[in-house]
Design a protein around this ligand. Structure first.
Ligand SMILES: Cc1cc2nc3c(=O)[nH]c(=O)nc-3n(C[C@H](O)[C@H](O)[C@H](O)COP(=O)(O)OP(=O)(O)OC[C@H]3O[C@@H](n4cnc5c(N)ncnc54)[C@H](O)[C@@H]3O)c2cc1C
Length: 402
């Protein structure tokens, strides 16, 4: 089939690679004039690492990846270690794949290099998909410049404010969760030695939390600080006002402050998502990635769900013929799992930001969960995903991820 893809982010590029490998011809249309290599770090759990392997890009990522050995949860006010969980070899032994961290830019570059190496993939930049029309035996993608592209199917991978979704569902703006997310990347040499170790550090404070971990083969530290607040900008990279990101950290523990003072500037984006959509497909058109199921970053699964989508969609799409049934099968294969990730990510933000006496109870529960294998087992539904899975594993209880 000739498949048009709207959007050249992680979802669109991964779909292009996976579908081209199955013999389809791809025209990927990206609105931006270049592939945007911005963004901070991404944690990739074992399910994502397996999806990367299925896409054939593990080796390209290898030199840039960091394999964290532990997850350490701290009180952001006292500095006390609340709980610790072993990642590294233990996660790999349990789930058959490691946990890694990479720069979003390194992941995007690896996908782009792979896509560019595939003869049946055409990448078009400065090409915004404005609307589509299902026609007899095909789909017409109408571009913002007035031209159009005819294809057998259209995959809408155009992000949280997807034009394809807007036409398909007309469900308006994403949900504003009243969360502002600040991010910074700093040289590893600018943070204390303990913060350069291959550890994911999570700091919990009332109404806010901070996560930091090494990326770029350990050369950079990714710092993300999520705060309850109102800001409704639409981009991923607005520049925060001086002092804005750190307002509210006056009572932070010295150890945390030592990391937070490293960035000279912070970027920010609004913590938006959407509730699960009633459907993701319309005849020959299908949504994937953030266009279908945007999530808050609290489970570190937004990019990973996009990678999984690509692998599952490519396995379900037939070589030729009407893709409608395959799109419906894709939706039913993915809906329960991605809806659960959406809900768990929201729930996680609430747990991290608890205040008052209830946060002490939370710390006790977290300590007992992370100390044994309980957390690993409660997150098995998420991390044990295999590329050949087309149905979610519903056997396990909800997880309490990171
Ligand atoms: C610049 C950028 C920085 C990000 N930084 C972070 C981060 O630091 N942390 C984090 O957790 N998540 C970040 N994300 C989001 C994260 O990458 C996504 O949640 C996840 O990877 C799913 O990706 P996606 O491809 O579905 O959506 P996106 O990554 O949003 O990609 C969508 C792509 O579609 C393009 N597009 C949009 N509309 C159209 C259209 N009408 N026609 C054609 N193309 C279109 C966009 O330019 C973009 O390249 C970032 C996304 C972007 C675009």
């Amino acid at each position: 089939m000739h498949i048009a893809i709207a959007g050249g982010g992680i979802a669109g590029l991964a779909a292009a690679i996976a579908l081209a490998r199955r013999g389809h011809r791809i025209t990927l249309m990206e609105r931006a004039s270049e592939f945007s290599e911005t963004g901070a770090g991404i944690q990739v759990g074992p399910n994502g690492v397996r999806a990367l392997a299925a896409l054939g890009i593990s080796e390209r990522l290898e030199p840039a990846a960091v394999y964290p050995q532990r997850l350490a949860v701290h009180s952001g006010t006292s500095g006390r270690l609340i709980a610790e969980s072993v990642l590294g070899a233990r996660i790999e032994a349990r789930f058959g794949a490691p946990w890694l961290t990479v720069l979003r830019t390194d992941l995007l570059s690896a996908l782009l290099a792979e896509a560019r190496g595939l003869a049946t993939v055409t990448l078009r930049l400065g090409c915004a998909v404005a609307s589509y029309a299902n026609t007899t035996g095909g789909v017409e993608c109408r571009l913002a410049d007035g031209s159009s592209v005819a294809a057998d199917a259209l995959v809408g991978a155009d992000g949280i404010r997807s034009a394809v979704r807007a036409q398909m569902l007309g469900d308006g703006e994403p949900a504003d969760n009243h969360l502002v997310i600040y991010r910074a990347l700093v040289p590893a040499t600018s943070v204390p030695q303990w913060a350069r170790e291959h550890v994911v550090n999570l700091w919990l404070l009332p109404g806010r939390h901070v996560v930091h971990y090494p990326v770029a083969a350990g050369g950079l530290i990714n710092i993300v600080a999520m705060t309850r607040g109102k800001w409704s900008g639409t981009g991923w990279s607005a520049v925060a006002e001086p002092g804005e990101a750190l307002a509210g950290y006056a009572a932070a523990a010295t150890t945390l402050s030592d990391v937070l003072k490293a960035p000279v500037a912070w970027l920010k984006w609004a913590g938006c998502d959407r509730p699960p959509a009633p459907r993701w497909s319309d005849a020959r058109v299908c949504l994937v990635g953030d266009a279908a199921h945007p999530v808050l970053p609290c489970l570190a699964q937004g990019a990973v769900m996009a990678l999984e989508d690509a692998v599952v969609l490519s396995a379900l799409l037939p070589e030729a013929g009407d893709p409608h049934a395959a799109f419906a099968a894709f939706e039913s294969a993915r809906k329960a799992r991605t809806s659960r990730v959406q809900a768990e990510s929201r729930r996680q933000a609430g747990i991290y930001h608890l205040s008052g006496p209830v946060r002490l109870a939370r710390d006790v529960v977290m300590k007992s969960l992370l100390a044994g294998d309980q957390l690993t087992e409660r997150t098995a539904w998420l991390y044990s995903w295999q590329p050949e899975h087309t149905r979610p594993d519903e056997e396990n209880a909800p997880g309490s991820g990171t």
